[in-house]
Write a protein that binds this ligand. Structure first.
Ligand code: GAF
Length: 370
């Protein structure tokens, strides 16, 4: 394994363990996780592999096959920057129980595609460190540690979806997660049996304002919940009455979150009933709600979703936080070429860079690989 060889070359011994953790796409349930709502992501075949050995001397050495880095000490984790912050954050959250570590990571999540390479990095490192220090954390506790690292150390106020998908997903399944109770179920997602697939359309666009806008949306949702006197927007039961009491952005955000939670439940109902091809309308409705009510799409995402449907997709929506990244399209196998042609032609007519196309099959969550 490449990462184990790099570890040996850099640190002079074999790693004690090697873990792989994947990125994710979200089938539906967008911007619902931090509103205590429902999400339905699945793990993608790309991720981060982390080779780790413990150290007793308080030193942490981090090495990435994708970018250079140097040794840091346990006390200086706070000074780390770039990709290292995600790994350092995990170690910092685990506290004094983790004395030091040698860590080498190798990632193949397409960068900037909104497929959660950061969650994959956090969860792979946390899973490996959990093993070598015998911390006894469950996969959900690993996800929560990774989320805390991102919230408190990296400074991104994300919800639990990405880390939970990376830690808990099962091959061939989507992960239905209740972000309040943290109860979850692995829902079978055998699209191939129905002649369908999920095509990822990576717009290759990433807007720098993404993190600031994310934090703003989260604050608007929290303020709407406060105005309505409920703990979270998940608790809105009478949408019409709630909307009457709100205005402006708070009204729009509430409309999205409440209807999106319903769409997650409706989509699971269709999957359970064996009708995955019928889920397209829910995907389209989700995209329109993210565009018009939650206002997190950009023209590149809107055009990719529209052109995919025009080219024969059953449905399409942006996936992840928004402001760039990817659209997922539900496509019958024999329509993949026409969907790609339609999107590429629409992009070319605008003079935009050709998007990248990837096939998403539901992969396994974090696992020991060496
Ligand atoms: C990003 C966040 F990290 C997730 O927690 C989630 O809120 C998502 O955006 C939107 O659904 O990926």
């Amino acid at each position: 394994m490449r990462v184990a060889e790099a570890f040996r070359a850099a640190f002079g011994a074999d790693p004690e363990t090697v873990w792989h953790a994947p990125g994710r796409v979200n089938l539906i349930g967008e911007h619902t996780d931090y509103n205590d709502g429902f999400v339905l992501p699945f793990a993608v075949p790309w991720g981060v592999t982390a080779a780790v050995s413990p150290r007793e001397d308080g030193v942490v050495r981090l090495l990435s096959l994708q970018s250079g880095s140097g040794p840091v000490t346990r006390e200086r984790l706070e000074d780390s920057a770039g990709w290292e912050r995600y790994a350092a954050g995990v170690l910092a959250m685990l506290g004094d129980r983790v004395r030091g570590a040698d860590i080498a990571v190798d990632g193949d999540v397409p960068q900037g595609a909104g497929l959660s390479s950061s969650a994959a990095l956090e969860v792979s490192v946390a899973s490996a460190v959990n093993e070598v220090y015998a911390l006894g954390l469950t996969p959900m506790e690993i996800a929560l540690t990774a989320q805390k690292a991102e919230n408190d150390f990296v400074g991104m106020p994300c919800g639990i979806m990405d880390q939970a998908a990376s830690a808990l997903a099962k091959e061939g399944h989507a992960l239905f997660l209740d972000c309040r109770s943290l109860g979850y179920r692995n829902v079978p997602l055998d699209l191939a049996a129905h002649g369908l697939e999920i095509l990822i359309i990576d717009t290759r666009v990433h807007h720098e304002l993404a993190d600031g806008e994310y934090a703003k949306r989260r604050a608007e949702c929290e303020s709407a919940a406060r105005a309505l006197g409920v703990p979270a927007l998940r608790d809105v039961t009478d949408l019409a009455a709630a909307l009457e009491r709100l205005s402006g952005n708070e009204r729009k955000r509430t409309m999205h979150v409440v209807t999106e939670n319903h769409r997650v439940e409706a989509l699971i109902g269709l999957l359970r009933a064996g009708h995955p091809a019928e889920t397209g309308a829910l995907l389209n409705a989700s995209h329109l709600s993210l565009r018009d009510q939650f206002e997190v799409t950009v023209p590149e995402l809107d055009l990719a979703a529209e052109a995919a449907v025009r080219g024969g997709a059953r449905g399409a929506r942006m996936t992840g936080g928004g402001f760039g990244g990817s659209v997922i399209a539900l496509v019958a196998g024999d329509r993949v070429a026409s969907v790609r042609e339609s999107v590429s032609a629409a992009y070319s007519a605008k003079g935009w860079r050709e998007p990248r196309y990837l096939r998403a099959t539901p992969a396994q969550g974090a696992r020991k690989v060496g």
